[in-house]
Design a protein around this ligand. Structure first.
Ligand code: ARG
Length: 455
């Protein structure tokens, strides 16, 4: 059993099963680096407030910095006997500098440390996720450019609707994800990692000492510039809104990835056959030799359950928690880490996947022969000739019905027949209008194709 940060008032030893049950080291070790930041700043503030000497502060900071180097070098192995990461770092410090380590915890609480660590973690990861999304948008742009002028079939209600450009279709997902970037920006702006809340009631250290310590520790660090002495210590130690919000943003990103996956799964079926998927991201069947399955996309779609549940899990944990810190909150970390890790993996792989998608232009060409795809353009053409849209809609509806009932393509209808629907309509008009090039060129409202990704 490793040393605890508490124990004086207890006569009995902690029950071994309960001890295991209550530990968080098995996941919160991921916060080690940030936990050390907190300790160094706090040490400097203690020195500024004359609670420890300059010499002591130097000794403590040097030891903490050597722990930091170990973490940065990837050599840090958490002691799984520790109750949590705060205890682990403390014990290491004690090994290096003996009893002096105890002074670091003056006027400090793990309640203050953990929320600082988690906010810092969320901010760092929001930047990582932003970068991964930007890369994915670049992949959409790559695919868009590869098939710049190719027509595609647009759907509503999963029914053929109108002809579109494949490039517009692909980049629609880029626009979708560009909104996620904006959401992450707003999140980044709103989160402030506070220091100095103590257990709940604040500390006897003066704000200005925290300011000085923060400024001299984070000289050039982006997130460091956001760190601030606490404004309301109670709210600070009891706040997990930022995690719920971050998990919510990740849920929306996940929903976008899942919707994209569903489209690509559908369009790569033999029934549609519009797309070929990159083989290196597909798997075969142990029984059916011909199979090439879209497992990556299915797993992405499948992870939606877990990612939504992670947010709901914390929402439920937080419901009804009395002010201020409660141990329930320890359970925020697994859902947080889980969603962050899944989304980063998905975005990374999706970036490569998208670049490997092939459009089966010949198959699409055949599908474009479906005359119903041009019904809307035909109605709009009649409008340009002065027919009211509702009437035009009705006329074209009747032409389509006739074509289906009599099994005669519109392109084969003689002029006399067309005239019976609208007295000016001729086969020459039909030929001009009912093709992909006309359908695409008749749309003037399409906006800028490429979403902004450096905002
Ligand atoms: N492991 C704890 C958590 O994640 C750290 C804070 C513990 N505080 C306490 N008073 N036991 O929430």
């Amino acid at each position: 059993m490793s040393k605890k940060l508490w124990g004086g008032r207890f006569k009995k030893k902690i029950d071994a099963d309960f001890e295991n049950f209550s530990k968080s080291i098995q996941y919160d070790y991921k916060l080690a680096r940030i936990d050390v930041f907190h300790s160094i700043i706090h040490t400097m503030a203690l020195n500024g407030s004359k609670l420890i000497t300059k010499f002591e502060a130097k000794k403590i900071s040097e030891a903490l910095n050597s722990i930091l180097s170990e973490i940065d070098a990837g050599k840090f192995k958490p002691d799984m006997e520790s109750e949590d990461i705060h205890t682990d770092i403390h014990n290491r410090l004690e090994k290096k500098i003996g009893k002096l380590a105890a002074k670091v915890h003056t006027f400090r609480s793990r309640n203050d440390q953990i929320v600082f660590n988690e906010k810092f973690y969320c901010l760092e990861e929001s930047l990582n996720i932003k970068e991964a999304i930007s890369n994915l948008i670049e992949a959409f742009i790559f695919l868009m450019k590869k098939y710049d002028k190719e027509p595609f079939i647009g759907y509503t209600h999963t029914q053929r609707a109108q002809v579109i450009l494949f490039s517009d279709y692909v980049i629609a997902f880029g626009h979708m994800m560009a909104r996620d970037l904006k959401r992450l920006n707003r999140f980044y702006d709103s989160v402030v990692p506070y220091i100095g809340a103590g257990a709940l009631a604040g500390t006897a250290l003066h704000k200005k000492e925290y300011f000085k310590a923060i400024d001299s520790f984070f000289t050039n660090e982006k997130i460091g510039g956001k760190v601030s002495p606490v404004e309301n210590s109670l709210d600070n130690v009891s706040d997990r809104d930022f995690i719920i919000e971050f998990l919510g943003i990740i849920s929306i990103i996940q929903m976008h990835l899942s919707r994209f996956s569903e489209d690509i799964i559908l369009y790569s079926t033999q029934e549609f056959d519009y797309l070929d998927l990159p083989e290196e991201f597909c798997t075969g069947s142990s029984l059916m030799p011909h199979k090439k399955n879209p497992d990556f996309l299915e797993l992405v779609r499948g992870y939606t359950g877990k990612i939504y549940a992670n947010q709901l899990s914390l929402m439920t944990t937080m419901k009804g928690l009395p002010m201020s810190y409660n141990r329930d909150m320890q359970l925020d970390k697994e859902p947080l880490f889980s969603s962050v890790e899944i989304i980063k993996d998905e975005l990374k792989i999706m970036n490569k996947f998208v670049r490997g998608i092939t459009l089966n232009c010949e198959v699409v060409k055949k599908a474009l022969l479906d005359e119903r795809l041009y019904a809307t353009e035909l109605a709009e053409f009649l409008v340009f000739r002065g027919v009211a849209f509702k009437d035009a809609h009705d006329i074209v509806g009747r032409i389509i019905r006739y074509s289906q009932d009599k099994v005669i393509p519109i392109k084969k209808m003689p002029d006399e027949l067309l005239k019976s629907f609208n007295n000016k309509l001729t086969q020459a008009d039909i030929k001009k209008i009912m093709n992909a090039a006309y359908a695409i060129s008749s749309k003037k409202s399409v906006n800028k194709k490429v979403p902004k990704i450096n905002a």
